[in-house]
Design a protein around this ligand. Structure first.
Ligand code: GNR
Ligand code: NI
Length: 172
């Protein structure tokens, strides 16, 4: 297992559309384990494979890791099969857009289908933070970041803040 570096915007790889996983095998489980380790190391609650540069439709998530007990969940080839008309607004952040937090409205309730770590088909109904996080991660699979859902002005301010932080990090 290894912690891998997380790509940050405006890295063009974050805009890639990830491809379907064909078989859930040991190599994929090794990727899932690296993703979980990278997510925990960065104090995130979710991570899409593209955030560590792998364009595959794989997500890991652990919403209650703050409780101390690790309970990572893997979602392979997830699909939203139903979404409510009703929306819910959460303040979102992203490990690939560090230190930026903005409100995003998304369907409040969703039903999703996916393969788990063993390659078994699963179905899930979600609301609250789980629904938000799953949609945020599934956006990554399409090359979409949460800042793509906010106003153009807020997005350009966020990207400028990010560029400045990167510059400061480089010059020390
Ligand atoms: O760690 C994360 N927190 C978070 C908070 C609100 C809504 C979405 C998220 S996901 C984010 C980790 C991440 O960037 N996943 O892609
Ligand atoms: Ni993210």
């Amino acid at each position: 297992m290894a912690v891998r570096p997380i790509l940050t915007a405006p890295d063009p790889r974050l805009k890639a559309v990830s491809t379907e996983v064909e078989t859930v095998d040991e190599a994929l489980r090794a990727l899932i384990d690296d993703m979980a380790e990278s997510m925990y190391a960065a104090d995130g609650i979710g991570l899409a494979a593209i955030q560590i540069g792998v364009p595959k439709r794989v997500i890991v998530m652990d919403l209650d890791q703050k409780s101390g007990k690790k309970n990572p969940r893997a979602f392979v080839n997830p699909r939203i099969v139903w979404a409510s008309e009703e929306t819910a607004t959460f303040e979102e952040g992203c490990l690939s857009v560090p230190e930026i937090w903005e409100d995003v409205a998304r369907p409040a309730h969703i039903r999703a289908e996916y393969l788990d770590r063993e390659g078994v088909q699963q179905s899930l109904e979600a609301d609250g933070l789980l629904a938000t996080c799953l949609q945020h991660e599934m956006d990554h699979l399409e090359g979409v970041l949460f800042i793509d859902h906010i106003s153009k002005l807020k997005r350009s301010m966020a990207l400028r803040k990010l560029a400045k932080a990167k510059r400061l990090k480089e010059t020390g």
